[in-house]
Design a protein around this ligand. Sequence first.
Ligand code: NAD
Length: 288
Amino acid sequence: DKKVVLITGCSSGIGLSLAVRLASDPDKTFKVYATMRNLSKKERLLESVKGLHRDTLDILQMDVTDRQSILDARDRIVEKRINILVCNAGVGLMGPLEVQSLNSMRHILEVNLLGTIQTIQAFLPKMKAQSQGRILVTGSTGGLHGLPFNEVYCASKFAIEGACESLAILLQHFNIHVSLIECGPVNTDFLVNLQKTELGDTSLQQVDTQTLRLYEKYLQHCRSVFQNAAQDTEDIVKVFLDAIQSPSPAFRYFTSTTGAPVTQLKVTEPDESYISAMSKIIFSTEEQ
Ligand code: NAD
C-alpha cells in the first residue's frame, strides 16, 4: 500500500519540491495530495514532475485559512486515509512593528498559526482512529529565537512550536509522530511572497530615524544572509525524507548547523546573551 501524503502550500518553494520528490519516488512509495490555495498556480508543479504521475500525484485546492476548503480537500482523498500530513503553508511579515496594520498581522497569524492548527484538527480524528500517522510541520529558526523586524512572524512560528510540542506529548499515545523541520533561510518564493514594508513606503514617514537606520541595516543583513547562506529546497526535502523514513522520527530536525550557535545560546545562556549576540550579528556592520 502506498503512503498517502497531504502537503499544504505546494504552488512554490519547499512544498512544491517535497511534492515533486515524493510523487517521483522511483519505488512509487507515496500517493501525494499536493494542495494549494490557488489552483491556477499548478503549472509550475506539473512542469516540475515532468510527465504523467497519475497514480502518485493529485493536486487539490486548499486554503488553510478556510475551514471548508480543508474539509473539501480531505473528502477528496480517494484512499480515505492519510499517513503523513505536512503543514507547510506560511507567509512572512517584515517591517517596523509600529506600521503594521491589524489586518496584516491578523493575516499572518491566520495562515501560519491557525491555518496549521485547523489543518491538523481536520485530519486528527482519522489519524487517531488509525493509530498511526505522521505530522510534519515546516518550522523556522524564527520560531526558536526572535528576529528584529519580524515580531509577528516570529510570534506565529513560536506559537507553532508550542502547539506541536503539546500535540507531540499526547499523540505518542496514538502512535502518531509529530516532527518540526526547522529551517533557516531557504531559496524559495518566501521573500517575494512575504508582506514587507519597503524602504520607500509612505508608512515609514511616521517612523523615527533610528528605527529606519536599523531597518535598513536589517534589510542588508537579510539580503546577504539569503545570498550567502540560504539552503536549496532539495536540502530541506532530504531532511523531510529522513523524518518520513525514520522508524522513530525525532521531534525537531535542524536543516542546517550554521545558525546553531546562536540558537544554542538562547537555550543555555541567560536571555540577554542571545539578545546582544543577535543584535551584533545583524546591526554591527560599520557605520556609514
Ligand atoms: P513560499 O512562499 O515559496 O511557499 C509558501 C507557500 O504557502 C506558497 O505556495 C503559498 O502560496 C502558500 N500559502 C500562503 N498562504 C496560504 C494559504 N492561506 N493557504 C494555503 N497555502 C498558502 O515559501 P517557502 O519558503 O517554501 O515557505 C514554506 C514554509 O517554510 C513556510 O511555512 C515558511 O514560513 C517556512 N520557512 C521558510 C523559510 C525561508 O527562508 N524560505 C525559512 C524558515 C521557514
